[in-house]
Design a protein around this ligand. Sequence first.
Ligand SMILES: [Cu+2]
Length: 333
Amino acid sequence: MGGTGAERRRAGWRLAWPAGLALAACSGSQSALDPAGSEAERVAQLFWVMLIGTGVIWSLVIGAAVYAARVRPGPHDPAISRRLIHWGGIGLPVLALTALLAYGLQLMPELRAAGDGLKIEVSGEQWWWRVRYQTADGRSIVSANEIRLPAGERVELTLASPDVIHSLWIPNLAGKVDMIPGRVNRLVLEPTRTGNFRGVCAEFCGASHALMAFAVVVVTRPEFEQWLSQEAAAATGASSAELRRGAVLFEQVGCGGCHAIRGTAAAGTIGPDLTHLASRRTLAAGILPNEPAALRRWIAAADTIKPGVRMPSFGMLPAADLDAIVAYLASLE
Ligand SMILES: [Cu+2]
């Protein structure tokens, strides 16, 4: 890089800002470098140790190259060169790589330790998440597209899939684990603080793989208990004529064939359980805000929002009918 000092500084800044952007992306609700769980803390620790370790090795190698090319070009003493190759080229890499490998391996058993309290079954569907809470006292509570966790407790997730391979990844909480048809994988999590995080599918699973996320909400134990008992309850009855009309239409146009709303005749299992849809943070697996306008758009034209979606679009319904269904679903707290 030639030119004046000022030019060089400007060039330096041009190089620095992408690095700054990359670092700015390290904190947030979907970042493995901003851990909020003990597993993710270990993953982040491994990352930093590896980064620093490889940084030191890189500096030594580049330093040796610069020394040989610029500082002292020309022939070197063959005896010293041979010793340098033996120690620097064989001894040092063997020692450094063995140390880093041993460090990485000793982190692994901890990642696998089982939990013994709450269990959550998560099934990767195309392209959403079926979630079932199994409590220690034997309750089984169905939900979708959102995982709530109590802070400071070990929770075991059992991961499965009925058809294609997915991978569940909540970067702030833990590493990713595949969901493989025909087998059940386990992931033990221990969130260390409350907050809202984002999970994603980390294994290509079809047309809308990139449109398959979920909200992760870590709350305190009492908040979790309260939410869980609300989630376990059946839907509250439609309280006005418009909501009742929406509930009837929901059945008439066939939504109930694929969706369950506990407490009503709708008991479908092809799509997400909608019993408490309105209390979820997002719609359609983390891709739309949970608000009436987005809900209406989804029901009218799900296929334009999510290519290949396994839900028919209902754009042919009269506007008033769509409104009634939206109002009914938006009332399902
Ligand atoms: Cu996927």
